[in-house]
Design a protein around this ligand. Structure first.
Ligand SMILES: *Cc1c(COP(=O)(O)O)cnc(C)c1O
Length: 407
């Protein structure tokens, strides 16, 4: 069977316009390099939005994918399977968690987390304890419940009415949290670093205060680590870096390294509220996805690999500072590990997307986080040489944007 030839133009013809992809079509990748239909080469600082944690076509992932493909792909949760059991054990061994629920995305992991938080309070206190506190600019996914808990109004607009009982507070504001939390609060939900919201780090004091206040009011602390988890920040999960343990943690993105999977991790104390029949997913925990995520966990959760994430960050920061010394275009570098956000100086606010397109023209795949922040979330094992070459491309892209704005 010959395949139909397709181009970027076909996207506008047949795809719902909720995305506006860059003007090229990538066709293959290896490590932190990607090639498009015309065989142009790109260095990948985007990492599929903090997903391809081991780069593209990692040999151990490919080998496991092929091996599992020959064994069994899917069973449904009427039956359990070996890869899911092994992966769950590894996640429990590596974290605070006693129990794991598998699904297929970050949104689904958060949906499970928020439902569990409500159900746990319903079971243990009563239906009035259902309020969820979350934070401005936060992002938790695109289902109706997760856009409602998320702190970006634009993602809710036009989709109302949304679920009730959700409050959004300023992030990193301990006093606001103290004033808002009550006996009616069932959960406080936060990202240790707000990814989509602009790569904004939580203050350690804020996270500690959230833990104390949750304990005081019998609320569950939920960490959305969909973007910060699975080694991204240089520890296996960011909560370990903050030294504050949540009751529920969600993971996806890097956990699958490119295969769709999500996980909700929790304690024995909470897990009982998702008792038989209360929640589920057809694909969740399928053997194919779990087998590959197991490879990702094995490869990433090693001291040497996590330490190298810190060293690679240092290379990025050094390079970004050198660019800034020449062009005075960055206000601040944020994030942890290989979740890197650079806020542009005031003059360039609203124009981050210009740099994305210019980077693509230079052969660099990058991200933004809102209209004023450039974001990088590459493979956790990106070669140092690719970092250097990618930063040179970034500098060329910045120069081209500056020149075209001046002319
Ligand atoms: C990406 C992201 C999500 C949503 O994950 P999907 O896999 O796109 O559903 C949720 N929370 C955070 C913090 C994210 O970065």
């Amino acid at each position: 069977m010959t395949k139909q030839s397709v181009t970027r133009a076909v996207f506008d013809e047949v795809m719902v316009p909720n995305y506006n992809p860059q003007q090229m079509v990538p066709v293959r990748g290896l490590g932190s390099r990607v090639w498009d239909q015309d065989d142009n080469e790109y260095i990948d600082f985007a990492g599929g939005i903090a997903v391809t944690a081991l780069g593209h076509s990692h040999p151990a992932m490919v080998a496991t994918l092929k091996e599992q493909a020959d064994k069994i792909w899917h069973l449904s949760n009427t039956f359990t399977n070996e890869p899911a059991l092994r992966l769950a054990k590894k996640l429990c061994d590596a974290t605070f968690a006693d129990k794991v629920f598998f699904c297929n995305s970050g949104t689904e992991a958060n949906e499970a987390a928020f439902k569990l938080a409500r159900k746990y309070s319903y079971d243990n206190v009563g239906p009035e304890k259902h309020e969820i506190i979350s934070f401005e600019q936060s992002f938790h996914g695109r289902s109706l419940f997760t856009v409602s808990v998320g702190g970006q109004k634009k993602y809710r607009e036009g989709f109302e009415p949304v679920p009730a009982g959700i409050t959004h507070l300023p992030y990193n504001d301990i006093e606001a949290l103290k004033a808002a939390i009550s006996e009616r609060t069932c959960a406080v939900v936060l990202e240790p670093i707000q990814g989509e919201g602009g790569v904004i780090n939580a203050d350690v004091e804020f996270v500690k205060a959230a833990r104390e206040l949750c304990d005081q009011y019998g609320a569950l602390l939920v960490f959305d680590e969909v973007q910060t988890g699975a080694g991204r920040t240089g520890s296996f999960f960011a909560y370990q870096k903050y030294g504050v343990t949540p009751d529920i943690l969600t993971s996806a993105k890097s956990l699958g390294g490119g295969i769709p999977i999500g996980a909700m991790l929790t304690t024995d104390k909470c897990a009982g509220s998702l008792n038989f029949g209360t929640h589920g997913s057809t694909y969740g925990g399928n053997p194919l996805a779990c087998a590959i995520a197991e490879v990702v966990v094995d490869e990433i959760n090693q001291p040497a690999v996590l330490e190298a994430v810190e060293a690679k960050r240092a290379l990025f920061v050094e390079g970004l500072e050198a660019i800034n010394a020449k062009h005075h275009i960055f206000k601040e570098t944020r994030g942890l590990g290989l979740l890197i956000g650079v806020e542009l100086v005031e003059q360039w606010h609203g124009k981050a997307a210009l740099f994305l397109a210019a980077a693509r023209e230079q052969g660099l795949m990058m991200l933004v986080a809102g209209p004023k922040v450039l974001r990088m979330a590459p493979s956790l094992i990106i070669p140092d040489e690719d970092i250097k070459q990618g930063l040179a491309k970034l500098e060329a892209a910045i120069e081209s944007v500056i020149n075209s704005e001046e002319s």
